[in-house]
Design a binder for this molecule. Structure first.
Ligand code: ADP
Length: 198
């Protein structure tokens, strides 16, 4: 089995690549989706979040009040750390559960903050980075989500620098100035390469 850590800055095309790899038969484990599920109503993190931050951070439906938490985490790095201390072990356990349940020969761990979090590198065999210029990131995020360029820039500034991400990569897909079909061809080539290596 080959374990791939997939990462890339916002708008790089990481999710698109994850979808293409899933179409090839990879088991894609989406750590962002796991984090979201943990903080929905009835999610495994809700009780701990309520104890740590109080009822104000749980909305009427019983889910994490994301806006409120975002504001707090932005203002107080210590609060952000406390939230991460709650979420990381739960994300790790659910990720491991999904990985153990899959019989795919290639597992892809989709981790937006793989470079930033540090603990991920040891858990995967290879790191695949999807890369593009910052201008392309901004253009895609503005088009996809209707964000302002300033919002896109603010998120990019919080993520790892492009150079740091590239320095940690075992493989890079340059997703800039190419069509989706060309991106698909790059993923096909990488998939074939991994199968030969396995
Ligand atoms: P990420 O998961 O890295 O934030 P996505 O995979 O969601 O990025 O891609 C962001 C947007 O850009 C999506 O709407 C996607 O369809 C589009 N996109 C990504 N790569 C290309 C490409 N090579 N050509 C055209 N559109 C692309």
């Amino acid at each position: 089995m080959l374990r791939i850590g997939l990462t890339g800055g916002i708008g790089s095309g990481k999710s698109t690549v994850a979808g293409l790899l899933a179409a090839h038969g990879a088991a894609v484990i989406d750590t962002d989706a796991i984090a979201r599920q943990l903080t929905l109503s009835g999610g495994a993190a809700i009780d701990a979040i309520r104890s740590a931050f109080g009822d104000d951070f749980i909305d009427a439906a019983g889910a994490l009040d994301r806006e409120r938490m975002r504001a707090l985490a932005f203002a107080e790095p210590e609060a952000k750390r406390r939230l991460e201390d709650i979420l990381h072990p739960l994300i790790g356990a659910e990720t491991a559960r999904q990985a153990a349940a899959s019989h795919a020969a290639i597992q892809v761990f989709d981790v937006p903050l793989l470079i930033e979090s540090g603990r991920w590198r040891a858990q995967v065999d290879r790191v695949l980075v999807v890369d593009c210029s910052e201008a392309t990131q901004i253009e895609r995020v503005v088009r996809r989500a209707g964000w302002s360029p300033e919002m896109a820039r603010a998120v990019i500034a919080q993520q790892a620098a492009r150079a740091a991400r590239l320095a940690s990569a075992d493989a890079v897909i340059h997703n800039d100035g190419i069509t989706l079909a060309q991106l698909g061809a790059k993923v096909d080539a990488l998939w074939a390469h991994w199968h030969r290596k396995r």
